[in-house]
Design a protein around this ligand. Structure first.
Ligand code: GLU
Length: 471
């Protein structure tokens, strides 16, 4: 929380600002804004030492305008109902904005996962999945969780297995959760999807010269100085793809500390150093910052908060030096901080757009599970044959001979990984240009966050239009 404003109040504040730019009926807007259902649970778990502990957990389904609902599960000590509902609301807007056909949901289990053995985590996860199942909060047609802060593929595999044991005969059981290991019905490219989406979004934003000019920045990603907060699944992959795209990583922050190197950091070497020493600090050639949050104030072009919510606040927003804040996390900028950044002319690429790569590829995984077929399996060799015949026809007509290497590259058919990458890129690029169009339409009143929210609202309203219940 920031000051006395809850996270949910902040999400609702940006909803209200966006709603005021539309002329949708107030009662329909009120329906969209409200959270449809919240399940709060407490269940006992046996620790390895034989003692019993009570675990508190939640699942919020913010909007059933499309089913299933979709959103991650987070394991953290700070989890509470307000946070889970706020994050579920963000999922509703994110899915709508990206044309991912789900309602929004989010789950949270209030634990410090570092304090539990693997066996204990498995018992907690399976019991949580059981609780969700028995209240109809889990299922491929109902509510489909995914990883979030503090969870990953292993937890998703436990959830899928629990669901399949309980739902005898559900042919689509694997589609009850996404972000699974590839061998358990997962999809190639899901783990890095959010970070890769952050890269596509930043690249797209930086490709528009007229948007970068007011920031005093040249177009393009090459040479842009980037600071990333959080080296988890989102931050690590975002940093890696941004560096691959020509950006220079000048600062990195984790919970234990932060480092700065104006000439650039070698991400792989930093990760190896952290694995060896347990800390990001003390990296040869870099300066340690006195406090991890000071990374948010480093001199850079692009700041990527990719950890938790409420990191850029009214207190530090006036000192943020980045020209672009690229929100990899959900809700990293408080509403007050957002207003300060806007007034200071900082471009904010909003969370509901920028971190949507994860749920976009989750959608592909769910479709794969319902299809019972790996993307590319039917067409890869057919495409390769067609391309080869085409090149052979060119050879016949021109007398030119392609080398074996040229032939191999040009005839490559698309496999699952390539198709997931292509679908993700298309989704991120398309949605950014839709956001820009709306922002340009309301130029005097809307920034990119409000424009993204307006697009999300328009798309949700559109999904209700034919029902005739909201005249
Ligand atoms: N937890 C991720 C998010 O906040 C992914 C959700 C999903 O894939 O369902 O967007």
């Amino acid at each position: 929380m920031s000051g006395d404003t809850s996270f949910l109040d902040q999400v609702n504040r940006s909803f209200d600002l966006a709603a005021a730019l539309t002329d949708h009926p107030p009662h329909l807007l009120a329906k969209i804004r409200a959270c449809d259902s919240v399940y709060r649970m407490a269940f006992p778990i046996r620790r390895d030492d034989g003692t019993v502990e009570v675990v508190h957990a939640w699942r919020a389904e913010h909007s059933h305008h499309r089913l299933p609902t979709k959103g991650g599960i987070r394991y953290a000590t700070v989890v509470n109902e307000d946070e889970v509902v706020a994050l579920a609301a963000l999922m509703t807007y994110k899915c709508a904005l990206m044309d991912v056909p789900f309602g929004g949901a989010k789950g949270g289990v209030r634990i410090d996962r570092k304090k539990y053995s693997e066996g204990e985590l498995e018992r907690i996860t399976r019991r949580y999945a059981y609780e969700l199942y028995r209240k109809n909060f889990l299922g491929p047609a109902l509510d489909v969780p995914a990883p979030d802060f503090g969870t990953g593929a292993k937890e998703m595999a436990w959830i899928a297995d629990t669901y399949i044991q309980l739902s005898t005969g559900d042919l689509n059981g694997l589609g009850c959760v996404t972000g699974k290991p590839v061998a358990q019905g997962g999809i190639r490219g899901r783990a890095e999807a959010t970070g890769r989406g952050v890269y596509f979004g930043v690249r797209e934003a930086c490709a528009v010269a007229e948007d970068l000019k007011p920031l005093g920045l040249p177009e393009g990603l090459a040479g842009k100085r980037v600071v990333v907060q959080g080296l988890g699944n989102v931050g690590y992959h975002a940093a890696n793809f941004l560096a691959g795209g020509g950006a220079v990583i000048v600062g990195l922050a984790e919970s234990e500390g932060a480092i700065h190197a104006p000439d650039g950091l070698d991400l792989a070497a930093v990760v190896a150093h952290r694995r060896a020493t347990g800390r990001i600090t003390g990296f040869p050639g870099a300066t340690d910052l006195a406090h991890t949050t000071l990374a948010l104030e480093l001199d850079c072009d692009i700041l990527v908060p990719a950890a938790l919510e409420n990191q850029i606040t009214a207190a530090n927003a006036p000192r943020v030096k980045a020209k672009i804040v690229a929100e990899g996390a959900n809700g990293p900028t408080t509403a007050e901080a957002d207003a300060i950044l806007r007034q200071r002319g900082v471009m904010v690429i909003p969370d509901i757009y920028l971190n949507a790569g994860g749920v976009t590829v989750s959608y592909f995984e769910w479709v794969k599970n319902l299809d019972h077929l790996r993307f590319g399996r039917m067409e890869k060799r057919f495409e390769e044959g067609a391309y080869r015949r085409l090149l052979q026809a060119v050879e016949g007509a021109t007398g030119k001979r392609f080398t074996a290497a040229e032939m191999a590259t040009a005839t490559q058919g698309a496999d699952e990984e390539a198709l997931v990458g292509s679908g993700l890129e298309e989704t991120m690029v398309q949605a950014w240009h839709e956001v820009r169009t709306t922002r340009n339409k309301h130029r005097d009143r809307a920034d990119f966050r409000l424009a993204a929210m307006v697009n999300a609202l328009d798309k949700i309203v559109h999904s209700y239009e034919d029902l005739g219940i909201f005249p």
